[in-house]
Design a protein around this ligand. Sequence first.
Ligand code: NDP
Length: 448
Amino acid sequence: MTDIRRYIEEVYTKVQARDPQQPEFLQAVREFFNTIEPVLVKYPELIKQNILERIVEPERIIQFSVPWVNDQGEVEVNRAFRVQFNSAIGPYKGGLRFHPTVNQSIIKFLGFEQTFKNSLTGLPIGGGKGGSDFDPKGKSDGEIMRFCQSLMNELQKYIGSSMDIPAGDIGVGAREIGYLYGQYKRLNGSENGAITGKHLLYGGSLGRKEATGYGLVYFTKAMLEDAGKSIKGQKVIVSGSGNVAIYTMEKIKECEGIVIACSDSTGYIIDESGIDVELIKDLKEVKRERISEYVNIRPEASYYPGNVWNHRITYHIALPCATQNEINKDSAATIIANGVFAVAEGANMPTDLEGTIMFRKAGILFGPAKAANAGGVAVSALEMSQNSQRRCWTSYEVDNELKKTMENIYGQIRNVAREYGVEGDFVAGANMAAFTKVAFAMEFQGVV
Ligand code: NDP
């Protein structure tokens, strides 16, 4: 073992000893540490500054209670977090997630990943993430509003357009952002650069809603074209049917790919004639129904309970857009056996470590989340620019910037992988490119 590898493993052992009960966070750190050794070999001064140990420790973690009153007049209480992970490149930036599984491990893994994703965009934003174990499913609009207001009563002390700028994530869409911003404004006055993902009527950006999904497809297109392939005519499976999944499907259709399946947390639908994206939008965005409703309207489609990645069917491109660890080694084996040649991650860490290694060994083109799904945060940063300029850009301007950003990210990670002798390993390319920037930004600012 080289001295540098020993240093990496020693830091990992410390992280494990500090937070042994945080499996998702440890998984994200492990995956990252597996790939960044060549950067430390090239720049040993980063070891002298102990950048690795500093980079895995969040700058600040805030945990607070969120008491709220349900429609029956009963008082409930949830737990919320904001992890301000790293501000070397700019103010903390990252979404809020409302889901019953939310805990400190999940928010820390998301904040860690966000730091590097934001670095890849080339924009001046640091990494943060937050959320609550509140479950928005089945709650009335009034309950959602009261919960969001209570959460913001506390969160507003720690955020602001130059400090920390939250946005949406799982369970936090336009409705929740509206209630959160409304309360923020009541307490602090109009400062619409303090939250992104806002409605167009009060400072939102055209193209933000679509950005993560469209960005994922722009990234996938760049990766495929570089390998002499195209989306046109290919069969695609997208998991999830939320914000990222819907706009991924819409853009795939525009590129003449055929999306044959999508899912939610209970099951999935297969429609070999091509998923009707407008119908999914109506069911999920407007009516907030389960995905199984689709087959009542399109009887030629089929519904199956379980995980879409375990289904045996021939297709070519897999775009996981639901949640972490939805693809494990068994589902990865099924995906490979189904004939898939490209996987790009819309969700954060949807493929576990074993799955990622299997894809690489099988020669599958693999776009890791921190690169492939950076379009959402990139357009959030554009929303911040428009807010400070007091301007609204056209959708053409925003989409053009998004496309350029995703193509740049792809080019960047491909070139860095090549430079360090691991051509085609976009996981390593993304980690090394992102790490180098954050690490030097930290070094240049001293030990603070
Ligand atoms: P949404 O809440 O809009 O949609 C989430 C989708 O994933 C739903 O279909 C949901 O099903 C499904 N899902 C959630 N949890 C699980 C689970 N445990 N098992 C199976 N399916 C599940 O969230 P987004 O589309 O915004 O986010 C999806 C992913 O993309 C997340 O990993 C998020 O971190 C990531 N992401 C999002 C960005 C954004 O801009 N929104 C930016 C970058 C990354 P159900 O309705 O049944 O819960």
